[in-house]
Design a protein around this ligand. Structure first.
Ligand SMILES: Cc1cc2nc3c(=O)[nH]c(=O)nc-3n(C[C@H](O)[C@H](O)[C@H](O)COP(=O)(O)OP(=O)(O)OC[C@H]3O[C@@H](n4cnc5c(N)ncnc54)[C@H](O)[C@@H]3O)c2cc1C
Length: 432
């Protein structure tokens, strides 16, 4: 067996994605709680300041442990040769890495993705950051403009505002995280407004220019001034698969019009003997979906267990603070299916645990099928939402009716203890 890595072991999640961002979110949370200390009766005894070099050093030390651990493990694995370099297909059975060439009966493509850099006017005239180059930032950008009001942009935006930058978020669409329901977008915007982030929606015509040391982003927003100035720009407008430099045409592997490798429900490509896993197949954009892809492929190949991608329930979290935990369909998606459904909702202001912790922003929402009584989807935007969502996700996975969890006795005081209560107060989901 051979494994080829062109850059950093651990890929996006370990080096420029989940791990570093969540360590930085933790630093930002510490800063926020220090600023709020007096509310909890705690005296700090002076102004709160953030040392960005130490924030970065903490992040680097955590991700380096993870990267080195993975690299050492792979290099010590029996019957596995690790190649450092860029892999390219030469034919359906042949891959080259630099001057080396190797053949195999089974080839697994797991090349991930990178930040999209769209051809926006003037972008070539100004310096900009992406999620990768943000990892080298060991200073406080005085005025940070984040282009893109979705998952990556919001996590970075809130954390840098908490570190002390003045952050503006520019979003082309009419609301933040437009894949979520309107009430979720609205509550998230409220959370960020409470921390004084400057949010511009409907920025239909984004263009960049320089004015002395400043970067100007023209927005033509429906409201507010038509341009925003800043010292630094972070582009967070989506990801694209790393499939354009792989020689896929020489192997005959089919990609779709956005470059994602086309796979079946068991992750086989159109070429027998070649599978595609992780972000590059367009069937998920998360570490847990990428990991689950590897479980599906190995179960099929090694254990004669026909696991499939369609067995998986969509689930993810957005790690702003408080976080959003999501499982299954949104309310909008349920409406589009036309089925009759019930919905339960509760603000975090009515959750004891949230009140005790002084973190009452957000709400919980659960939608169930009125006939089968199976849970269709849920959103928990609030303290502990990234964890509490799993008690719903597991019941969905078990295909059990919601009444099973409604009768469960949860621990007091927790966020999860209100989930049975919400399920006892369901109302018909109305058409809009
Ligand atoms: C800022 C940010 C935050 C994120 N936070 C989360 C989160 O909290 N939770 C979550 O679940 N997901 C998160 N994600 C998404 C997550 O990082 C990805 O879904 C996950 O890393 C995908 O794993 P993968 O194995 O498909 O690809 P990757 O992790 O991208 O790995 C692909 C590897 O292939 C290598 N490679 C590419 N082309 C070649 C080639 N031709 N030859 C040799 N090697 C090659 C790359 O160098 C890379 O190491 C985040 C992403 C970003 C950008």
């Amino acid at each position: 067996m051979a494994i080829v890595e062109r850059k950093l072991f651990g890929g996006t999640c370990v080096n420029t994605g989940c791990t570093p961002t969540k360590t930085m979110v933790a630093s930002a949370y510490a800063a926020r709680m220090a600023q709020r200390a007096a509310e909890f009766g705690v005296s700090i005894g002076g102004p709160v300041s953030v040392d960005m070099r130490r924030v970065k050093a903490r992040k680097d030390s955590i991700l380096e442990q993870s990267r080195t651990g993975l690299e050492t493990w792979l290099k010590q694995m029996q019957n596995c040769t690790v190649y450092k370099g860029h892999a390219r297909f030469e034919s359906p059975r042949q891959v080259s890495v630099g001057a080396e060439s190797m053949t195999a009966d089974r080839i697994f493509i797991n090349v991930g993705g990178r930040a999209v850099v769209p051809p926006l006017p003037g972008l070539d005239q100004v310096p900009y950051l992406t999620n990768s180059s943000m990892m080298d930032v060991d200073f406080l950008p005085p005025r940070l403009i984040v282009v893109g009001g979705s998952y990556v942009g919001l996590e970075f935006g809130q954390m840098f505002q908490r570190f002390g930058s003045e952050v503006s978020i520019i979003e082309m669409g009419p609301r933040l995280v437009h894949r979520e329901d309107e009430d979720v977008s609205e509550a998230i915007q409220g959370i960020l407004n409470n921390e004084r982030l400057n949010i511009r929606l409907n920025a239909k015509c984004i263009a960049f220019s320089k004015r002395k040391e400043e970067i100007i982003v023209r927005t033509e927003c429906a409201e507010g001034p038509a341009e925003i100035s800043g010292t630094h720009v972070l582009l967070a407008v989506g990801r694209r698969p790393n499939t354009d430099d792989l020689g896929l045409d020489r192997a005959g592997v089919e990609v779709d019009n956005r470059g994602y490798i086309v796979v079946d429900d068991q992750l086989q490509t159109n070429v027998p003997g070649i599978w595609a896993l992780g972000d590059c197949n367009g069937r998920g954009a998360f570490t847990h979906t990428s990991y689950n892809d590897s479980e599906i492929v190995s179960a099929n190949l090694l254990d004669n267990d026909p696991r499939r991608v369609s067995d998986r329930i969509p689930a993810y979290a957005l790690y702003i603070d408080p976080p959003l935990g999501r499982a299954g369909l949104t309310e909008n998606e349920v409406r589009k299916t036309g089925r009759s459904a019930l919905v339960g909702k509760r603000p975090m202001t009515r959750v004891s645990r949230a009140i005790e912790k002084g973190e009452t922003q957000g709400f919980m929402k659960i939608i169930v099928d009125a006939h089968s009584r199976e849970i269709l989807g849920a959103a928990i935007l609030g303290v502990g939402g990234d964890e509490a969502i799993h008690c719903i996700l597991d019941v969905m996975h078990a295909k059990a009716p919601y009444t099973v969890i409604q009768r469960a006795v949860h621990i007091h005081p927790t966020v999860s203890e209100l989930i049975p209560t919400i399920l006892g107060e369901l109302q018909p989901l109305r058409a809009v």
